[in-house]
Design a protein around this ligand. Structure first.
Ligand code: PGA
Length: 217
């Protein structure tokens, strides 16, 4: 154990996380640093396009993201649940309904994340598979902006539950009980295919995978 720790005593961990992961990933980095106080961390918080570009250019050791795109040039390990929920203004009449049919949701206006967002992709696939075309009233590239507009009564949205915990607890928005929701997804830690990881990144990867129950994808 002592030897194992000595290896990574002074390493630099180069990590990039997708903006949507900023609600939980920094805490995991913090817990890791408690175990390995000598290491240095450089954490980049980026959107999806920048993340794929950074991975292509080999700028970081590890990446944390939700949905892994098709034909992605990396190896992805699921390590944490990422339930995707349907949210509404706290005073919306549907907050009192249970097992709401997805077809009923199709009558509502939506505020969705931008094209290319993994969260948006998950929402669109869910409704497309059921032959429902969502009425998208606004599109925006920030979870914070989406939440504010939902709270303000401008529409419904689909977001990662990690991003709405505070607003749900505060009573600003509510999670609707829609049949098929929450959509079960995972957070993935990713590295470039065949990349030789520095010892500290190796250690962080094992740290994230320590308690996971899902197989590698
Ligand atoms: P995004 O994040 O919606 O911000 O792209 C989640 C994901 O990577 O799937």
């Amino acid at each position: 154990e002592l030897d194992a720790h000595r290896n990574v005593e002074r390493g630099l961990l180069r990590l990039a996380i997708i903006t949507t992961a900023e609600y939980f990933a920094p805490r995991l980095v913090g817990a890791f640093c408690q175990e390995y106080p000598g290491i240095e961390v450089r954490l980049e918080i980026v959107n999806r396009d920048s993340m794929l570009e950074r991975l292509k250019q080999n700028l970081d050791d590890l990446y944390i993201m939700g949905q892994v795109p098709e034909g992605f040039p990396g190896t992805a390990y699921p390590f944490l649940d990422n339930p995707i929920v349907l949210i509404a203004p706290a005073d919306h009449p549907l907050t009192r309904a249970s097992a709401i049919a997805p077809e009923r949701i199709g009558e509502e206006s939506f505020i969705l994340r931008e094209e290319g967002s993994g969260t948006r992709m998950t929402a669109e696939n869910f409704f497309r598979e059921r032959g429902i075309q969502l009425r998208v009233r606004m599109t925006m590239s920030s979870n914070e902006a989406v939440k504010q507009l939902v709270a303000g009564g401008l529409g419904l949205s689909v977001l990662s539950r990690n991003t709405v915990a505070a607003e749900v607890a505060a009573g600003d928005v509510a999670i609707l009980d829609v049949a098929g929701f929450p959509i079960r997804r995972h957070w993935h830690v990713v590295h470039r295919r065949n990349k030789r990881l520095p010892a500290v990144a190796e250690r962080f990867l094992s740290f994230l995978l320590r308690d996971r129950s899902e197989p590698e994808t």
